[in-house]
Design a protein around this ligand. Structure first.
Ligand code: ADP
Length: 502
């Protein structure tokens, strides 16, 4: 019954753009290929959106906003989102398999982490549609003053390749719950999930033009979206470098912007931590999703007193990580998303050596079966003897590469941990509850995990301090991103304003 299953085939798939409720070719007729990163084989041929297609999509989104969608009740919007969540859940297995084929993440992650969270986000915000309220304000004088919380309008959303479907869900769900319309641009490396989602959006019965999905490249389609004068809000997740370009492009039209950018999170182990648990937390922090996570615990701070014990255990576990075929349920790490990313990670091995760090574990591509020799695999890697000022500790590598730094005491630790341009997340492992909460206050980051790592829920806000961006996604904070407040004054006295006389 499902659209996704009907689409299943071993031939390279073909996808068109989704504009105004219809699947259409790009105006230019151009397409681009997206490979399976595990094999390097082509996975799909996708229509390539450019400026002209962005124009069409924005116009469709504007018409939808001014039309039926704008007049639809919150309950109806919520019901459509619930319906979409249900369709995604029914198709979760197929979607997870496609996500793994497109991105390279292990199937156990797509199936048991990404897809359930996608469903959770749509359900959470489906429920929120009917809970978006204004307020009445006790102003002085004979007036009724109240606020209306209204949608922002047409939203441009640009997402990355590391959690293709989940990032689409984080963006679409609150925007739609609040009554906006959307033009979504998936990353060129991973357009497949979003295009399958388009089919389900159509099947759920959203009015034409409410959601438009336009795969294409950043410098063309992405830039056209970010600089479009008829876009009311741009939401972006990706690198800090591109985030700055987006903020500049949006500035010309004063388009509202929210940015979720890079990170170089400190994951900190104090001597009093449960070391076994902390090692598992360090693994989760840096090897999950091949390290391609903006909040990855990529700077591992170890208390000097437990460094040796910790590293011995960490090494043992890191060397046992099962790297290989991402479609195999036993696989713990698949390939990196692209050859560019793989090359970038490899180049940092050279940088680390040149800076005087030690390649303690990994540092190379693993030797795998014939079938995966053209895949973009990299070993779980640990650099030890890293100093916080080194490039490998300051620049986002975006791979399975842990940089181990030691610290003497809490003061030394806080100073080093905050010495970064980023501020997305942080982790701490300690049994001292006072220290844990003190740290949570002193660290400049949008998310803090205490004795855990990489935990998410649709109800809990996520976003960055400093150059990790601005705005908070998920939870009620996401509704703030996608609504604006109107203050309404009503005279209750029935008398004329006397100021300029009768
Ligand atoms: P990465 O470097 O990890 O690929 P990017 O920040 O480049 O991450 O990409 C994230 C998203 O931003 C992708 O959808 C990409 O196409 C888009 N993008 C890249 N460059 C631009 C740009 N100049 N303007 C708008 N979007 C862009």
């Amino acid at each position: 019954m499902s659209s996704v299953q009907q689409a299943a085939s071993s031939e390279p798939r073909k996808y068109q753009l989704f504009i105004d409720g219809k699947f259409v070719d790009a105006e230019s007729g151009k397409t681009f290929a997206t490979p399976n990163p595990a094999t390097g084989e082509p996975l799909a041929e996708v229509a390539e959106a450019d400026k002209a297609d962005i124009e069409k999509a924005v116009a469709a989104a504007r018409r939808a906003f001014e039309g039926k969608w704008g007049r639809m009740s919150a309950r109806e919007r919520g019901r459509l989102l619930f319906k979409l969540a249900q369709l995604i859940e029914e198709n979760a297995k197929e979607l997870a398999e496609l996500e793994t084929a497109d991105n390279g993440k292990p199937i156990r992650e797509s199936l048991y982490i990404d897809l359930p969270q996608v469903v959770e986000n749509f359900e959470y915000f489906a429920g929120f549609a009917t809970k978006i309220e204004g307020e009445t304000i006790p102003v002085s004088g004979q007036f009724l003053n109240y606020t209306l919380r209204e949608p922002v309008g047409v939203c441009g959303q640009i997402i990355p390749w590391n959690f293709p479907l989940l990032m689409a869900a984080w963006k679409l769900a609150p925007a739609l719950a609040a009554g906006n319309t959307v033009v979504l641009k998936p990353a060129e490396q991973t357009p497949v999930g979003a295009m399958e989602l388009a089919r389900l959006i159509q099947e759920a019965g959203f009015p034409d033009g409410v959601v438009n999905i336009v795969p294409g490249f950043g410098e063309t389609a992405g830039a056209a979206l970010a600089s479009h004068p008829d876009i009311d809000k741009i939401a972006f997740t990706g690198s800090t470098e591109v985030g700055k370009l987006i903020a500049k492009a949006a500035a010309d039209n004063l388009t509202k912007v929210s940015l979720e950018l890079g990170g170089k999170a400190p994951n900190i182990v104090f001597a009093d931590a449960d070391i076994e648990q902390a090692v598992n937390g360090a693994m989760m922090g840096i090897f999950f999703n091949q390290g391609q996570v903006c909040c990855a615990g990529s700077r591992l701070f170890l208390d000097e007193r437990v460094k040796d014990e910790f590293l011995e255990k960490f090494k043992e576990k890191a060397e046992k990580v099962k790297v290989g075929d991402p479609s195999d349920k036993a696989t713990q790490m698949g390939p990196q998303v692209s050859s560019e990313q793989l090359e970038r990670i490899k180049s940092y091995v050279g940088v680390a050596r040149a800076e005087g760090a030690t390649v303690f574990v990994g540092g190379e591509s693993p030797v795998l079966d014939e079938k995966f020799q053209k895949g973009y695999f990299f070993q779980p890697t640990i650099f030890s003897e890293v100093k916080n000022q080194m490039r490998v500790a300051q620049e986002e590598i975006f791979g399975p590469v842990s940089c181990v730094i030691t610290f003497k005491d809490e003061e030394d630790l806080i100073r080093q941990a905050n010495e970064t341009i980023y501020g997305l997340s942080a982790g701490i492992w300690t049994r001292d509850i006072t220290r844990a909460h003190r740290f949570a206050r002193e660290i400049k980051a949008g998310v803090v995990w205490i004795n855990t790592y990489n935990m998410f829920n649709a109800a809990s806000p996520f976003g960055g301090y400093k150059q990790s961006g601005y705005g908070r996604e998920m939870g009620k904070h996401a509704i703030d991103l996608y609504t604006q407040v109107k203050s309404v004054w009503v005279d209750l006295s029935g008398k004329p304003i006397g100021w300029f006389g009768k």
